[in-house]
Design a protein around this ligand. Structure first.
Ligand code: FMN
Length: 329
């Protein structure tokens, strides 16, 4: 059965398609008392920059309807400490899972410098380029909103890193497809999407924003339908594997992304509420494979059928169902 959960992201084979999303899992150590990081197909650390970053002013998070806003601002120890401090890469390398290092920079040279140094670290299985952070005015966002800048960045990192490269895309653009295609043509092995949607929360009595950074990134179930659409669009228009991210809470959500075209997924915000959720999702995926009779998860990727008649299954809580329960129909 374990075999059937295997998936492939370009050159990178994963024992299962569940990865932790950057910024929601620390570097593994922070969650060890809740869940064994080794059960994941891969873990993605919080974004790392060339120099340490202090992050944004407090408060940094705000709960919203079906989601949360964050304005952490990429607080991190910087690449030197990440590589040498026993709390970071050395500890991650002991886990039996793929190690993905998420990088953020202000310039192409910064990304290249970090990529070159990480290429020498055999514990690093892949890089994820954060070209999509909504909380950093100088940060990677500029690359992710312009196709040619995206292509040049990925190409430069490609020349300096020999293993898998994942480009993490922002949903905060008019059309994500040209940017996805540019990342692929620059040499990305896979695309991950989405990062958070820019949003804001206000306390009107004090006339104040709720977040120290004023605006923040929206994540959680509130964004799932938006993310699902973008994953579906990109999977149809790009030749490289897609990693789906956005509002995943359970096994059904994972399978929705997989059927829509994702070869793997990352789980983020849900882990703050249910830190052991990956255990349940993995059990649920084995059961789902049995239910569908599919030989493997890979057989389900991109199997969404959009032609023909719409399905007639009623949504829980819909008007018809409420009427049924009341015996009125
Ligand atoms: C508190 C918090 C911190 C995050 N930090 C990062 C980060 O450092 N780098 C990054 O690429 N994405 C970061 N993200 C975005 C997540 O990796 C993910 O793309 C997003 O939250 C959508 O997934 P979700 O709805 O499952 O949380 C962060 C998200 C949250 C909630």
């Amino acid at each position: 059965m374990a075999e059937s959960l295997k998936t492939r992201i370009g050159s990178l084979e994963l024992k299962n398609p569940i990865l932790s999303a950057s910024g929601t899992f620390g570097y593994g150590q922070e969650v060890e008392s809740f869940v064994d990081p080794s059960i994941y197909g891969g873990i993605v650390g919080k974004s790392i920059s060339l120099e340490p970053r202090k992050g944004n002013p407090l408060p940094r998070t705000w709960e919203t309807a079906s989601g949360m806003l964050n304005s952490i601002g990429l607080q991190n120890p910087g690449i030197d400490a990440f590589i040498s401090d026993p709390a970071y890469l050395p500890r991650m390398s002991a886990y039996d899972t793929r190690i993905v290092v998420n990088l953020v920079g202000d310039t192409i040279d910064e990304y290249v410098e970090m990529a070159r140094r990480l290429d020498a670290e055999s514990a690093v299985d892949a890089l994820e380029l954060n070209i999509s952070c909504p909380n950093c005015p100088l940060g990677g966002m500029e690359f992710g909103i312009e196709a040619e800048a995206t292509r040049r960045l990925v190409e430069a990192v490609r020349e300096n890193f020999s293993r898998a490269i994942i480009a993490k895309l922002t949903p905060n653009v008019t059309d994500v497809i040209p940017i996805a295609q540019a990342a692929a043509s620059g040499g990305a092995d896979a695309l991950s999407l989405v990062n958070t949607y820019v949003g804001m929360a206000v306390e009107w009595r004090q006339r104040r924003p709720r977040l120290g950074g004023i605006t923040g990134g929206l994540s959680g179930p509130a964004i799932k339908p938006l993310a699902l659409r973008l994953v579906w669009l990109v999977a149809q228009n790009c030749d490289v594997p897609v990693i789906g991210i956005g509002g995943i809470m359970n096994t059904d959500d994972v399978l929705e992304f997989i059927v829509a075209g994702a070869s793997a997924v990352q789980i983020g915000t849900v882990q703050f509420v249910r830190p052991r959720v990956a255990v349940d999702i993995l059990d649920g995926m084995k059961a789902a494979l049995e239910e569908t009779g599919a030989g493997s998860i890979a057989d389900l990727v991109g199997t969404l059928e959009t032609s023909g008649e719409a399905i007639t299954v009623r949504q829980a809580g819909s008007e018809e169902e409420v009427e049924d329960a009341a015996g009125t129909s």
